[in-house]
Design a binder for this molecule. Sequence first.
Ligand code: TTP
Ligand code: MG
Length: 444
Amino acid sequence: MDGPQLPGATVDREDRIILHVDMDCFYASCERLREPRLKGTPVVVGMGYEAGETHGAVATASYEAREHGVESAQAISQALEALPRATEVGDDYDGVVGHYRPVDLDFYKEVAADVKAVLHEHAETVREVSIDEAYLDVTDRTSWQEVDGGDRTIAEGYGRHIKQQIARTVGVPASVGVAPNMSTAKIASDFDKPDGLTVVPPREVEAFLDPLPVDELHGVGPVTARELRSMDIETAGELAAADRNELVDRFGQRGRELYNRARGNDDREVTPTGRPKSLSRESAFTEPTADTEAKRENVRALAADVAARAQSREAMYRTIAIKVVTPPFDVNTRASSLSGPVDDPELVEDVALDLLAEFDENRVRKLGVRVSNLVFDTQDQARLDGFETAATDGSTTDAPEADAPADVERVDHGGRITDWIDDGDSEASLDRRRRGQSSLGEFE
Ligand code: TTP
Ligand code: MG
């Protein structure tokens, strides 16, 4: 939209204002909060690390430490080679030293809670994705209206204000991205780290994404990036200009998703934390199998798992669905909707097995079970926009969630170590599950 926009006015979807906040070298920034002398110095926070020891892995490093090659998931022993410990060098050492600290998650959670409090003050809807990351829908609070002769938007001022509030009241730096959709906002927050503020108004989305390497798009890991490169697709612009059918042939449903993301099309709504639209679990066979009993056994286990999770979250569901991936990557979803919400593990199993019967003859590489149209209590009915049709062939039609994992991408994430906290459904936890158990994950 080019014209002025009043805050609170009805907006087109592409005129939404989504803000993504990602704290800078978060654990290290927390350490600086209680030890201000560490400001401006190389700080390394180690998981499984103890003072004076060499074991453990780097959870995060301050940007000053990163300049010396220290990075997340590196062994502490390796980090120490690049950056000796401040306490261990002699008086005559004139090189750069690092300050090493063990992870203190309880303290970081307290700081994160203070940050989240600021975020909740500034948006009706906040989706907390991990300890240091959140999406805010601030459409009603600000506007894409241009100011300063068109140099800036009011939304930019709002983004800056939120950053400053975090810095003033909590004392830790954040990077903020503001854009009309979630995936662009996330790329924007990462664009100018640390202490960054990148604003991408609706009409600039295409130009902003165009030169970015494909790896910077959400859901593109090293494997996908390599495959895209083999198709001569290096940048988001090239992906956006690619033949969509060719991408779908190659990557299945994900091809369509990648194509859309590269064009800045992302309709996902910011859904508040703790209220998932669906709960699901999926599991891959090592080798595709046509063995009916193996498939049924798998679905029984997935159904039990999903039903138990729904119970633990006190969620009832109105729709039960399965996903069946047949070689090479054909994603079939089948769903059955009930007349009212239930909490009934047996029913989940029965319905899932019924839906599976259609695929008795098929070789299957992956199976999933999902419950959706969730109702958390009698007062609070979840949005009824999950996929609900009885047969959605070859494509999932539901709106993906904030943290919707890309299919096939599960094992395509390297380098992360595992001990961080989140709300259980976050990208971080999905990444972790992908790494630890490449055959078990969630599907949305
Ligand atoms: P990130 O936001 O990925 O990293 P960061 O905040 O340290 O740095 P950046 O400025 O690039 O955003 O992760 C947030 C915190 O999660 C991080 O401070 C430490 C923790 N973490 C781990 O414990 N293990 C990991 O492998 C990573 C990547 C992060
Ligand atoms: Mg961060």
